[in-house]
Design a protein around this ligand. Structure first.
Ligand code: AKG
Length: 260
């Protein structure tokens, strides 16, 4: 369901809804001037930087700039945006750090849907249960441009189960029969989703690219625990296993200047 609420005003019932469903759509986290600035920079980064491609059998799912906040000052400001990080901390109920961002582009007609998956099993983090993603739309993303679809409640894993990254129903077969909620989202809006939630996105069948910034926030005390064979979300580790991720690379979410 769509709601409008600045971070400080995010009422308890919306926080409770996030905990129940595993996601929340918040309208207008960016004002029009911010949106114009961030979209212009996002387009420039996508043109200028090396991108990583996710190709599936049925086409290109999307391509993205890895950690644009490390090369672009506007993207850093967006990843550490006080309104967005304020909501993220309110939803998590504890201090967070930025883990990483991805500047996503789902190409025009011919792109493939983003397959069902759950993020948590891919994160090399001990404190994964509170990890969440803020997915900020920098252009309008109606259903036909490939908006996100969530399986509400699927973040509450049955005791002792750990879904696989790309086969989330294997550990929770009954969730295959749960309702899925597709969330069209306007430019400047944001969805927040738990890293344990099963989600996917549609294909972009329009003639203009879907552009968004997805930023992952983790428990401020998260410990680095690499997963053998899983480097998808762990491309350039700068910590040793067992160490807290508390270097400058992982700034406190509430710090506008990115200070640790
Ligand atoms: O943007 C998409 O299509 C998928 C994004 C996603 O799965 C995520 O941010 O966790």
């Amino acid at each position: 369901m769509t709601e409008t609420a600045p971070a400080q005003l995010l009422p308890d019932d919306l926080v409770a809804r996030y905990h129940r469903d595993g996601y929340l759509h918040v309208r207008n986290v960016l004002d029009p001037a911010e949106l114009t600035e961030f979209l212009a920079d996002a387009r420039a980064q996508l043109d200028r930087q090396r991108t990583v491609a996710w190709d599936a059998e049925d086409g290109n799912v999307m391509d993205w700039v890895v950690e644009p906040e490390r090369v672009s000052e506007p993207m850093r400001r967006l990843a550490l945006h006080p309104g967005i990080t304020g909501i993220a901390e309110r939803l998590a109920g504890r201090p967070l750090r930025l883990y990483k961002s991805e500047l996503l582009r789902k190409g025009t007609s011919g792109s493939a849907p983003t397959p069902l998956h759950t993020d948590d099993p891919a994160f090399p983090l001990d404190a994964a249960p509170v990890t969440l993603t803020a997915w900020v739309a920098l252009v309008d993303v109606p259903v036909e441009r490939g908006c996100m679809t969530f399986v509400p409640g699927s973040h509450q894993w049955p005791e002792g189960t750990v879904p696989q990254f790309e086969d989330p129903f294997a550990a929770a077969p009954e969730a295959r029969w749960w309702p899925q909620v597709t969330v069209p989202i306007r430019a400047g809006d944001c969805t927040f989703h738990s890293s344990r939630l099963i989600h996917r996105a549609g294909a972009n069948t329009t003639d203009s690219a879907r552009i968004s910034l997805a930023t992952v926030y983790m428990d401020a005390a998260a410990i680095y625990r690499p997963i053998p064979g899983m480097t998808y979300y762990d491309p350039v580790p700068d910590r040793e296993p067992g160490q807290p991720l508390d270097s400058d690379r992982y700034p406190r979410a509430g710090s506008a200047d990115g200070a640790g």
